[in-house]
Each structure stands twice: as C-alpha cells, then as structure tokens.
Design a protein around this ligand. Sequence first.
Ligand SMILES: C[S@@+](CC[C@H](N)C(=O)[O-])C[C@H]1O[C@@H](n2cnc3c(N)ncnc32)[C@H](O)[C@@H]1O
Length: 282
Amino acid sequence: MAGSGRRPEHRGPPELFYDKAEARKYSQNSRMIEIQSQMSERAVELLGLPEDQPCFLLDVGCGSGLSGDYISEEGHHWVGMDISSAMLDVAMEREVEGDLILADMGQGIPFRPGMFDGCVSISAVQWLCNADKKTHSPPKRLYRFFSTLYSALARGSRAILQLYPENSEQLELITAQAMKAGFTGGMVVDYPNSTKAKKFFLCLFVGTAGALPKALGAECADGEESQQAKFINERTRFRNAKGKSVKKSRDWVSEKKERRRRQGKEVRADTRYTGRKRRPRF
Ligand SMILES: C[S@@+](CC[C@H](N)C(=O)[O-])C[C@H]1O[C@@H](n2cnc3c(N)ncnc32)[C@H](O)[C@@H]1O
C-alpha cells in the first residue's frame, strides 16, 4: 500500500480499489497520514513557490485531502481532483479547505490555460501506467494528462509528482510522455540508498529549464548528479533514438570536428556558421 512507504500493488481500476474501506484508512491510519504528509511537505518544498505569497495549486489524485491539508497550512489555495468518489467523500467529511472534483487524470486536466501556480501529486500518477479497460492505452493517457497539465500551469511554474514506478520501463514511459508534452526537468530521488525511505519526485518545469533541486540523503562519492535524471527538451530534440546527435545538426558537426581534432587532424575553427544550413540556391 502506498501509505506504508512501498509502492501500491496494482489491484484493478483505482476507482474500485480506492473504495470506502480503503478511503477510511487514509483518514484513520496515523502511519499512513504521517508518510503522505511528509511527502506532501517535500513536494511543496520542491515547487519552489515565492515566499509569503498565497498561490493557487492543483492536487492530482488528491484522495482524502492529506496533501491538501499541508497546502492549506502553508497558506495556499488548492483544487483537488480524484477518480475515486469514496476518497473524495472522506475529503468532504474531513472538511478540507480545497475544492474537489471527480475526474480521471487520464482524460486530461479540465481547467483553463495558465490557471495554476503549481501542481502536486502524491502516489497517484503511476496508476496511469495500467490499462484497466480495453480502450486504455497508457502512453496515450499519460500524454493527455501531461499535455493538458502543461497547458493548465502558468509559465515558469512547476509540477512535482511523487510516484511509485513499478520498474524502469514505467519510469521511462512517464518521463518520455512528460517531455513530449513540453515539460523540462527531471527525476529527483530522495534517500536513493534506502529501500524504505527512497522516494521518486518527478520535477517538471513549464517554459524554463531551471536547475533540478538537490535530492535528500543522496550524499555519495560519485557526485550528486547520480541521483538526478535531468532532461532538457531543446537538447533531446537534436538527438535520435540511440542518443546520438541528428546528422548534419550543429551538435553533430561539432562532435565530428572535436573527434577529428583529437585524432590530430587539421580542422577549421568553430564559428557562428558552424553546422548552419545553407539556403538553397536558385
Ligand atoms: C495512494 S492514493 C494517494 C492519495 C493522496 N494523494 C494522498 O497522498 O493521501 C492515490 C490516489 O490516486 C487516485 N487516482 C488513481 N488514478 C487516478 C486517475 N486516473 N485520476 C485521478 N485520480 C486517480 C486514487 O483514487 C487515489 O485517491
């Protein structure tokens, strides 16, 4: 179960798995409340919001509103969306301060462009990797989710999605679809060497390619970068599937020239015209 610090086992569609009994646990199990709240706190920290300024946030897969409680404590306003009516019922019983909507993130984020100053999601997005219905295509649902989320976020804002990937393929699928939708950013892995405390936070930037926040508990001899997988859209567009630069691009020409220099061959100096396409001559 997600709240115990382990990834949730996949047991059918989320709207059925998160039934009344499961929803109750989220309001009554103190260990689960503590873990979900800690992750919410970290997610809000990673959002890097301006200090002393109330912001308007979206909580995707808000469940019973545990993350929402922390967001409210910090003085921000929020809207929560979730596919489980049982979870939202508990949120309403708990009289959370945010507005709640019953919606499937795989069908897209139903809000106006640029409406939110940030988005958090705690232990929810990995559910999109499952095909619970015949009509479900995980890559398509993930893309729809990320592209509509991108549009609902203000420029310069961030989405911080804590998730429990089942394997590296899921992680790749999720990050690939986020990139395709236009986000930059990357994965921050807190406490990477602890089986229990290890947590994945996908940190997504809208319209800026900022530096990735540092991971917690990641001090290791071979440098901090090892706990962060960064992707920058502009760069990936010039790389092919094998990670090589696209032939005849500026990067490709520069790499080729560098290689020839290393081989001791005579190579022309780089200029602003290096790798630039010539206009066709008539
Ligand atoms: C592990 S619970 C976490 C709830 C809450 N974020 C918290 O930290 O307490 C995962 C939540 O994701 C929701 N969820 C799963 N798939 C969803 C989807 N496709 N659209 C919206 N919510 C979804 C579930 O209904 C559930 O409430």
